[in-house]
Design a protein around this ligand. Structure first.
Ligand code: GLC
Length: 462
């Protein structure tokens, strides 16, 4: 696998989580799995050992000499490409709100290096690339390396985790990278390169696979995806049930299971306190949010009618950052109603576990959601998801285990929130909670589906 992120080494969200769970599950099923990642400064704390000095490769008319460092973890071989000029920076994709201006060149060089690793250190049958930073790999492979015996039969699988981030490639960069064969069209991007050239395409839920073939969620690539529909599979992500275990999670003040939920009440009481809300709020439903404050997540709906929201007499704890306007709105809401709204701007793993465990309801009004993992974490912790029915949310949340609404508007969300407050304290709530907690979202099923897909890819004729 080739990716810009993998937890615990470097991650900004769901992609990193997937690159932690999936390789491990595949290794458990008997595959030899390697993961190539850039060596970001934060990786050094894991103490990777150099296994190859000065691997040479060229990209965009520059010659690189990169050390390759290695760690084995849970039966997975992680290889880190050390190119200080490109990756020795504080951020992954950028700093603050600003992306690094040379991201195309950074990740194109990384993909070259990853092919070098495949060639000299790992020799895979299939290269599985994830999201736009690695979209150019199948293009480079096709245009430059198909005649090398070691790479000739190599098959490529590309997974779309989020179609909205495409990694645009300018004509000048395409020429410098020597990939202008594929990138002749206007609106060229790393993502498009992979959609054109990878042997097999996947995305992270069946519903999102259908949605992106249509204009609404296709981000300009729907026609291309519709053409490749036969090669595109939606495979629902799993979750790491060891890291997200309500009986053992070290971040939690109390532990619980479906058979004994008392610890969940302890978690709720501690969470109210952590966010500065009064203990009396124990008797009202507590809504939790952990999300990037980006348009995708749809939390701006709450700012359309804060009065009506507060009239529901639910409490809200939110952790997230991103869009400065949304940050300001939630800061304001918490300052104006400190008795029932608590907000933390930023991200902290411990807090995220405590919100997911201590809340009664987990709110995810996403405009679109390729899979979504937090609703799955919430369910495992007996926290009922309340979601906009789209993409992976549609595939995982229903009336039996949570609440959902169809139209992305404050009106529909408000109606759904009322349905939720109406169900609060009833038997129906308990039934939903039991269904949510006993559903199986472990990685095993997904790993089997990917395994089958790799077999199919290997049968593609060269
Ligand atoms: C992206 C998507 C999210 C998905 C994750 C992992 O972050 O936005 O829906 O769960 O990738 O595939």
């Amino acid at each position: 696998m080739v990716s810009a992120e993998a937890s615990p080494f470097a991650s900004t969200g769901g992609l990193g989580d997937v690159l932690q769970g999936l390789p491990k599950a595949l290794a458990k099923q008997g595959h030899a799995v390697g993961v190539a990642l850039p060596l970001y400064p934060r990786v050094r704390q894991f103490n990777p050992q150099v296994v190859q000095h000065e691997m040479r490769f060229a990209s965009a008319n520059r010659l690189f000499r990169a050390d390759v460092a290695h760690i084995e973890r849970h039966g997975v071989q992680y290889f880190f490409l050390d190119v200080p000029a490109l990756f020795d920076r504080p951020g992954i994709y950028g700093e603050g709100d600003a992306d690094y201006g040379d991201n195309t060149l950074r990740y194109a060089a990384f993909c070259r290096g990853a092919l070098g690793i495949a060639h000299s250190l790992f020799n895979p049958d299939v290269v599985h690339c994830h999201d736009w930073p690695t979209g150019i790999l199948p293009v480079i492979l096709n245009e430059h390396f198909r005649r090398q015996p070691a790479l000739m039969g190599l098959k490529t699988v590309f997974t779309i985790h989020n179609l909205a981030y495409q990694g645009p490639v300018s004509q000048a960069n395409a020429a410098a990278l020597g990939v202008n064969g594929t990138f002749r069209q206007a609106h060229a991007s790393m993502m498009r390169g992979a959609l054109d050239t990878a042997d097999r395409l996947t995305t992270v839920s069946p519903a999102y696979a259908r949605e992106i073939c249509k204009p609404g969620h296709g981000c300009g690539l729907d026609a291309l995806l519709a053409r490749r529909r036969g090669d595109l599979t939606g495979i629902l992500n799993g979750i790491d049930t060891e890291l997200w275990d309500p009986q053992k999670d070290p971040h939690l003040p109390g532990h619980f299971s479906v058979a004994n939920l008392r610890g969940k009440q302890e978690c709720k009481a501690a969470l109210l306190k952590e966010f500065g809300l009064r203990p009396e709020r124990m008797t009202r439903p507590l809504i939790g949010v952990v999300a990037r404050l980006a348009a995708q997540k749809g939390l701006d709906l709450l700012s359309q009618n804060p009065r009506q929201f507060l009239d529901l007499d639910a409490s809200l704890v939110l952790m997230g950052d991103g869009n400065p306007h949304e940050e300001d709105f939630f800061r304001w809401l918490a300052a104006a109603h400190p008795d029932r709204v608590g907000v933390k701007i930023g991200f902290n793993a411990g807090v995220s576990h405590r919100v997911l465990a201590g809340a009664d309801v987990f709110l995810m009004p996403s405009r679109y959601e390729p899979c979504g993992l937090t609703q799955l974490y919430a369910m495992r912790y007996g926290t009922l998801p309340l979601v906009h029915s789209t993409g992976g949310l549609k595939d995982t949340v229903n009336g039996a285990n949570g609440f959902s609404f169809e139209v992305h508007s404050w009106r529909s969300l408000h109606q759904c929130l009322r349905e939720m407050t109406g169900a609060w304290g009833t038997d129906l709530w308990e039934t939903k909670q039991q269904n949510a907690m006993t559903a199986d979202y472990s990685w095993d099923a997904a790993a089997k589906a990917y395994s089958k897909l790799y077999d199919q890819a290997l049968q593609v004729r060269i």
